[in-house]
Design a protein around this ligand. Sequence first.
Ligand SMILES: C[S@@+](CC[C@H](N)C(=O)[O-])C[C@H]1O[C@@H](n2cnc3c(N)ncnc32)[C@H](O)[C@@H]1O
Length: 263
Amino acid sequence: MSGKLKFDTGAAKAMEAMYLTPDVVGQRVTVLNALGLLPYEHVLDIGSGPGLLAEDAAKMVGAEGRVLGVDASEAMVMMARTRCAALPQAEFLTCDATKLEAPDAGFDAVVSTQVYEYVDDVDQALRELHRVLKPRGRAVILDTDWDSIVWHASDADLMRRVLTCWDDHLADPHLPATLARRLKRVGLEVGRVEVVPMISVGFQPHSYAAGIMRAIRSFVRGNAEKHGLSEDDVQRWYDDQLRLAELGAFFFSVNRYMFVATK
Ligand SMILES: C[S@@+](CC[C@H](N)C(=O)[O-])C[C@H]1O[C@@H](n2cnc3c(N)ncnc32)[C@H](O)[C@@H]1O
């Protein structure tokens, strides 16, 4: 594999497992609290992935409400449809964030978590978000800034090179730094902005940190050459983390940034 991350069936399964860890469950609770959904509301989840947030949202808006999840990946859409099969108020479509197959002003609330960082034309995607939101509708957007990472390693230079390569998995690994300005530019009013940290002090196998370690190893292996890394370097980086874990010296932290906006 080389270039950007591919959201095929294998990636969808790995992502689903990572997003079922307590860290990411907690993140979803934070996002849903900020969204403040009410029964009967119509919600759009842009880049709905495995459908975990859409499932929770569908239960919150109830049978009289509606949740539409859209995603560019057919594998993700299939997974989300299976997950929400018993919730007829939840529907899923394959479509791109820059060209939403949704009517103007059709939604009370729009949510998008860790999606815009993958999108080449974020400003067009945000114009689309604004178009489909009702006047006074709410939007919650969450993305990671990979500059916020603090990750203990025995070889700091190797860690830096691995993370530089990992930055390539996104269109913009530092999107949060410009997101408030971009949201305002498309006509949204930005209210709260909050940091949502992912943190592991000590290694837990069922954690976001453990999942992202595996994702990074797989992506960087496929893109190592471009960054002057060898397969051995990547394995050395991974083994070092396992060794630190055994010593009780594992430390990982990265920040998501959550923007709450209104139209
Ligand atoms: C990291 S996952 C996040 C999934 C979900 N939002 C969540 O938080 O559980 C990113 C998702 O964005 C989707 N995606 C990436 N680029 C997209 C685009 N241009 N339009 C729509 N979806 C996109 C991917 O297919 C993937 O499902």
